[in-house]
Ligand binder design. Structure first.
Ligand SMILES: Cc1ncc(COP(=O)(O)O)c(C=O)c1O
Length: 451
């Protein structure tokens, strides 16, 4: 894995921290040169808790949860918001989702176990995954989860058999691949025809499988689901997905005389990782999807269904930042300047995986302009181990606290122990207080499982 070549046309933007706009968590502010989030000094926090450190602005998370629910319910009362827990999950996060009235999307036994430990209401849990193991299915059904989103015909038979054995009727959705190409990175585009997820619509396969689901014992088909991808800016893609899905519901009604009453349009709303990104707002997303569902239900003669969406990234990414301590500076003449931090691909794989871009600042120089372009690399044994490539930043010195914004989604949950790196702690900050909600891993945690 190699690093993207330096872009020598990129110039420092001279912005100070507070000029990073939508990339900042809600409560970010600068006091006497230090970055504060949730009223907590990030420089002090980094020194007290150690780095690398994940920090979440709790007010930001809570505000978005409230906003998502209100944006949908105010214009479509029969709407629910599922938090896609793959974006970030610990017990505190599950607790917050429960308090703010969200449902929870879990994709496997581990996420389900976390929800149970946190006391999350099981009837509000939706289970996803393209290869849920029989054991995971049994755990989910016996826990009484609200919906299982069935991803294949093989799984349909498994769910039916397990539910029968447990003496219950399990409400299910079928995940449909709507053939919509979302404008996003190919690795996080999931609704197009060539996808491992869901029932393909090619050759009417999904449509024929509805009949199987209707005939299967011990399951009740209540709805359909799609998820077209992630970090999507063009809301037209969601409108198109809604059209395909509502038409599918109409076809089912006409052909099988059966009314599907729930429609889950997945997640995928993009966020501003950099100052160049122009994502839509949660309100616009709600307006476009609701309008699309109303329009197409009218057009195809379908009763308005219960409508669900499954945001992950747009609920938590901006709320989260990662703090590091700067350990090494290297300048390669006419190539680039590297600054190495005490984490990297082990706590943030997105740059190596998707060529992601981030905004960063030096938290102890937060009111200074970003006068340099650097590549922020990690401490791991891979050349491609970078956190931010060609990033504008304040003049760096050893020991500085580097803050990378927008790391709240798909960073902690994709973290690894590469090079024996213990995974960072997760701290929630609010009203001047910092709470460790997941402690830092220890060496004992890393090797205590060895026999
Ligand atoms: C089925 C499903 N729902 C929801 C999401 C959340 O997507 P996002 O974080 O882009 O909102 C994902 C992410 O991959 C997903 O696979």
């Amino acid at each position: 894995m190699s690093l993207r070549a330096a872009d020598h046309s990129k110039k420092p933007d001279n912005r100070t921290t507070m000029e990073l706009g939508a990339c900042l968590p809600l409560t970010a502010e600068v006091r006497e040169g230090d970055l504060y989030i949730g009223g907590v000094d990030m420089v002090k926090l980094a020194r007290e808790e150690g780095t690398a450190l994940y920090v979440y602005d709790q007010e930001d998370v809570e505000t978005r949860m409230r906003l998502y629910r209100e944006s949908f319910r105010s214009i479509y009362p029969h709407a629910d918001v599922l938090y896609a827990s793959k974006a970030f999950l610990n017990k505190e996060m599950a607790r917050l989702a429960a308090v703010y009235g969200l449902c929870l999307d879990v994709s496997g036994g581990g996420e389900l176990a976390c929800a149970r430990m946190a006391g999350f209401p099981m009837e509000r849990v939706f289970v996803h995954g393209n290869n849920k193991t029989p054991q995971e299915l049994e755990e989910a059904i016996s826990a009484g989860v609200g919906r299982i989103v069935v991803d294949s015909r093989i799984e349909l038979a498994r769910v039916s058999e397990i539910a029968g054995r447990l003496g219950v009727t399990q409400p299910i959705y079928l995940r449909i691949t709507p053939g919509v190409e979302a404008d996003t990175h190919e690795y996080i585009r999931t609704g197009c025809e060539d996808s491992k997820f869901g029932f393909t619509m090619l050759e009417d396969f999904a449509f024929r499988c509805v009949k199987d689901a209707l005939e299967a014992p011990n399951v009740q088909l209540v709805g359909i689901h799609c998820h077209i991808g992630s970090q999507i800016f063009a809301l037209d893609s969601f409108r198109e997905a809604a059209r395909v899905m509502v038409k599918f519901m109409a076809d089912v009604k006409r052909e099988y005389g059966y009314e599907l009453t729930e429609l889950d349009l997945g997640g995928g709303l993009g966020i501003a990782y950099t100052t160049h990104d122009r994502p839509s707002t949660i309100n616009e997303f709600a307006r476009v999807t609701v309008e699309a569902v109303r329009d197409f239900c009218g057009e195809y003669g379908v009763e308005l269904p219960r409508l669900l969406v499954e945001p992950g990234r747009s609920l938590v990414a901006t709320a989260g930042v990662t703090l590091y301590t700067l350990g090494i500076i290297k300048t390669l003449p006419n190539i680039r300047k590297y600054i190495a931090v005490d984490g990297g691909m082990s706590d943030n794989i997105r740059t190596a995986l998707y060529d992601a871009d981030y905004e960063a600042v030096i938290a102890n120089k937060a009111d200074e302009p970003r006068t340099e372009i650097v590549t922020i690399v990690g401490k791991h044994c891979e050349s491609g181990d970078a956190v931010a490539i060609d990033a504008a930043i304040q003049h760096p010195d050893l020991g500085d606290v580097v803050c990378v914004f927008g790391t709240g989604a798909y960073c902690p949950t994709m973290a690894s122990n590469y090079n024996g790196q213990p995974r960072p702690a997760v701290v929630f900050v609010k009203d001047g207080k910092a709470r460790v909600t997941t402690r830092r891993e220890t060496y004992e945690d890393l090797y205590g499982r060895d026999c």
